[in-house]
Design a protein around this ligand. Sequence first.
Ligand code: SIN
Length: 476
Amino acid sequence: MQTQLVINGERRAGSDGDTVDVLNPANGELVATVAAGSVSDMVAACDAAAAAQKSWAKTAPRTRAELLRACYQVMVDNADMLADIIVAEHGKPKADALGEIAYAAEFFRWNSEETVRLHGTLGTNPAGTAKMIVHHPPVGVVLMVTPWNFPAAMITRKVAPALGAGNAVVIKPPKETPLTALALADLFEKEVGLPPGLINMVTTKSASKPVQAAMDHDAVRMVSFTGSTEVGRVLLHQAADRVLKVAMELGGNAPFIVFADADLDLAVEGAIAAKMRHSAETCTAANRFFVEEPVMEEFGQKLAAAMSAMKVAEGNTEGAQVGPLINQDAVDNVDRLVTSAVAGGATAVTGGSPVDGPGFFYPPTVLTGVRPDADVAREEIFGPVAPLIPFTDEDEMLAQANDTEMGLMGYVFTQDLARGLRVSEQVQAGMVGLNRGVVSDPAAPFGGMKQSGLGREGASEGIYEFCETQYIATNW
Ligand code: SIN
């Protein structure tokens, strides 16, 4: 496993000699010790990116596109090796890890296609006196701060469009899961032949000073972040000092709405996907289940049966469906939310307390009788807990569903399409799954409303996030 910083194509130890230990969440054992970068390492990475970006921006779009396509292929060819690293450092089941690699690789394929279609416009001004040329040059150097829940996909979703548009990048991978990121950098440089300095990676022990140094670096013109709203706000304040472009994929608190006319088996299948995908550690995860009163009991029973049947195990175990949470803090947080919901009158119909033994496991849990103002319904759970809240009135339910500062994701289940579309439009979220538990797709605009973020990743919009817009007025 590659454990060094990646700066200007070189593999380096941290200049201060710092390291971080990467632990396997399934047993708490050491997976690897990784170099941790200092402020000066971060500055060197930004310098390298600035130098590499100049010639990369002049490289023909077709050449850039073909290199991106080769990154897709190298990920597909090495899927098993990459998935093994994800299982070791993140803990998710191997099937989910393989699914993540396929998803992550697609961002390269999709953006290789977008790279040659990064068009501007040409028009005539209303007075008829000038031509208006609008085109989209790259931003320059982009700082990326990525999360641990998708160690590969949250990197490729940013890197592929950024490179396609002609930028160079400096990535601060999460200290919990840097090994996948470092392995990707090796594949892209050594197998695909991306130029040195185009992708730099600086894992850090403590992020604040190196990240601040990158944001203060003259060449850095954008910060792209996926993580909590709390950290996003801090980065937004810091970005303001140099008026950096920002892309923020922040927290969620998704309502999952089940109407009485829904196909309940489909709704349960959707609920399992929306809640439990990638060990329930996704920002799109269903966080609050609003279930129409007449089907509350039946839906609750079916969901509890499906959740309790899931196999909770170390990621390489045959048939594993739910891995450990990332660390003890995550287990403690889920435990706190469940304990306080139960103290407030909720009932755990399955699960409800941490699993004994090594590793950071928490069982799939269904809570009935949850009050809409309970902490478990107001905070992002990031764990395998489904709080069920009954409703009788659509407007009242929608008011509760939207009573959150988050607006990333929502789910609606009904067989009445007109109602489904009407309610979907009223859910204040950047993405809605209508009779679907998974919406993520490299061809779709991923992102949130309200305090869930700024900007979109994926789709055609995704590559434009990493571009400036320049307008040239002329006449001929
Ligand atoms: C996330 O949880 O941050 C991303 C989820 C996804 O891409 O589906």
